[in-house]
Design a protein around this ligand. Sequence first.
Ligand SMILES: Cc1cc2nc3c(=O)[nH]c(=O)nc-3n(C[C@H](O)[C@H](O)[C@H](O)COP(=O)(O)OP(=O)(O)OC[C@H]3O[C@@H](n4cnc5c(N)ncnc54)[C@H](O)[C@@H]3O)c2cc1C
Length: 396
Amino acid sequence: MPLNTFSPVSGNALGKPTESLPKGSKVSVIGAGAFGGWTALFLLRKGYAVTLIDAWGPGNSRSSSGDETRVIRSTYGANEFYFDLNVRALELWKEHEQRWNRKLFQNKGVLWFCYQSSTPLVDDSVPFTQKHNMEYEKLTPSEVQKRYPIVNTADLSHAWFDPHGGCLQAREACQAVQKAFVQEGGTFIQAKAIPGKTERNQLQSVKLSTGDELRADAFIFACGSWLGKLFPEVLGTIITCTKQEVYYFGVPHQQASTFDKLPVWVDVDGKDFYYGIPGNKYRGFKIGVDERGEPFDPTTGERTSNPQVLAKARKFLAHRFPALKDAPIIENRVCPYENSPDGNFIFDHHPEITNLFFLGGGSGHGFKHGPALGEKVSSILTGDEPIPHLFLLDKS
Ligand SMILES: Cc1cc2nc3c(=O)[nH]c(=O)nc-3n(C[C@H](O)[C@H](O)[C@H](O)COP(=O)(O)OP(=O)(O)OC[C@H]3O[C@@H](n4cnc5c(N)ncnc54)[C@H](O)[C@@H]3O)c2cc1C
């Protein structure tokens, strides 16, 4: 199967212990997207003196986290590690919504359209749903039709409905995390940061575009799709950036609320992967084509859409949701994927600089895991957890 967002390669979740960082140490986190923002917040709560730095701000439009919404789903086939990570993330999203009195998670459910009687990507997650009391519902095409008459079910074998998933307000959430981070005592700086001098295998500082130099005991570069260019010698071929597109279509006014109320959907095992998020706080019916796009520069790349990808999206939309056959595009976004070679996240230190850590490789599925990953990274630095083997740069 070509690499797609839905199936990171399964790996060893057991890990490599790392030296713990004493409480009170200074930590700089570079990048305030879903990975860096949550990590900075959890490190702060663990008693570190944390500075969070971002060139364009949390959830900015160049970042991977900068779109309106992101899907949250536990389904990862037989990959229990990500299922479990999502379970923890979901708990943390809900807890923080309450803490901040801010709606960030829409529990719309996730509807998986399946073409064949066996769909391992979903079927293999079912035992985990039972273990966690998060069961899915299996629906026949006629049950789907009855519930959602605007869906064409003619080519489906069945569908699975996951009532626990839904979508997250993505860029808003990054800003909420950064706000909480500052309110809880963290320091945020808007600047570009590059590594400064290294002495005895330790990075001493980062140089900021403001002209300042910031010293710290440890540095976590959570720079999404910029990581490959920032550390070409280590990550140049490991983290690659591709151009990904999502489109927001305008639904007919007579059926606007019917469309808005649809769950998040994923079209699983046709030739191409499509997924969508209806509603988006009235911005339109969003569709994504989940195949890797062309190589992309996240700083200078023009955010214009590719006519071939758009044609695919339109064709699929007309097929699955016939009422949208002539729907107009009302917005489109280009977001970068920061792909790791096997779809797994990366958290590891630089091979020669032991206080410089890389955090990234979200590979099109990282956003939802932000809080659980941030919590995990903070526990790794305190020495309470090892680095999961599947996050390591060298898995040999
Ligand atoms: C089209 C699309 C759809 C997706 N769909 C989903 C989904 O449905 N569900 C899901 O869970 N995930 C999804 N993802 C993946 C998810 O969005 C990413 O994995 C996640 O947002 C990555 O977060 P990040 O913090 O690693 O990177 P980013 O969000 O890109 O953050 C990196 C930050 O670093 C900053 N930065 C970079 N270089 C520097 C520097 N030198 N100095 C200072 N700051 C710097 C940038 O400004 C940026 O804010 C999708 C991604 C895309 C592109």
